[in-house]
Design a protein around this ligand. Sequence first.
Ligand code: ADP
Ligand code: MG
Length: 294
Amino acid sequence: MSKRGWIIYNGNLYTKKFAEQIKWLRKTAETFDFEIDVIANNQLLVAMEEGCARILTEKQKPDFVFFWDKDLFLARQLEEQGVRLFNPAKAIEICDDKALTYLQLANHGIRMPKTIIAPKVFVSLEDDSHLGQVIEILSFPMVIKETFGSFGEQVYLIKNEQQLRQKAKELQHKPHLFQEYIASSYGRDVRLNVVGDRVVAAMLRKSDQDFRANVTAGGKMYRYQPTEEEEKLAVRCSQIVGADFAGVDLLFGENDEPILCEINSNAHFKNIYDCTGVDITKDMMAFIKETITE
Ligand SMILES: Nc1ncnc2c1ncn2[C@@H]1O[C@H](COP(=O)(O)OP(=O)(O)O)[C@@H](O)[C@H]1O
Ligand SMILES: [Mg+2]
């Protein structure tokens, strides 16, 4: 009997780019003989009444969910009800929050830029004395990242104390972190797509106009044959955060040694396909099939 799956996406982020990829996911899933429902997160409200939590839907519980969103309340409630999520809620939570990602990985000896998490501010930033320690440890230039962000849009290069103070003030109510700037990686990073314990596709991204290599920030994509060390690091990182699928970004150290930059639990698959011709949705659906029929 064919297995039933839901593809969950964000109902408030339904751009052309998302719509196209969701259609693509469904098509691939159907070639694996899955019976698929595509559902927006805002059509699945989590409600508490009469002493228990449930999801407001008439639909029957699926065998799995391809959770292509970051709505953690919904993700957790689905798991609470016994549904297998790809990726699991915990992995999505860790990857979505860069501070959580680095903390989780640091305890496993993963090579990454020196990182300091900004202390939480409730009302307003009156005491910015932590910045002194930040300068002492990281010096300039340094990188500031909002812990929630993508496409490089919430990543800043900070060149001096004035910029640091200004950015710290600006971000006082947004969780952020300070990070060592890896100069040897200027405008360059590698994206490795991991499925289970394998790297299924890789690309190099390069920009000559920005320290950020994101394609949205002007980076160009190139086919790339990762080294064994890079592959091992990517798979290990994906496993440590508990992801089934991950887009792992690596920076280049001074001797080209790989340095973990970030892990995406909801990596897009269009760019990697355009660059390499590898359709990672097939690997992902094959992995789901293997996992749920075990
Ligand atoms: N510590 C760093 N040193 C140098 N470059 C960095 C550093 N961190 C990030 N970058 C560059 O900025 C880009 C965006 O950072 P990243 O952490 O991946 O955020 P996002 O989630 O927005 O993609 C990276 O792809 C990389 O090119
Ligand atoms: Mg990135």
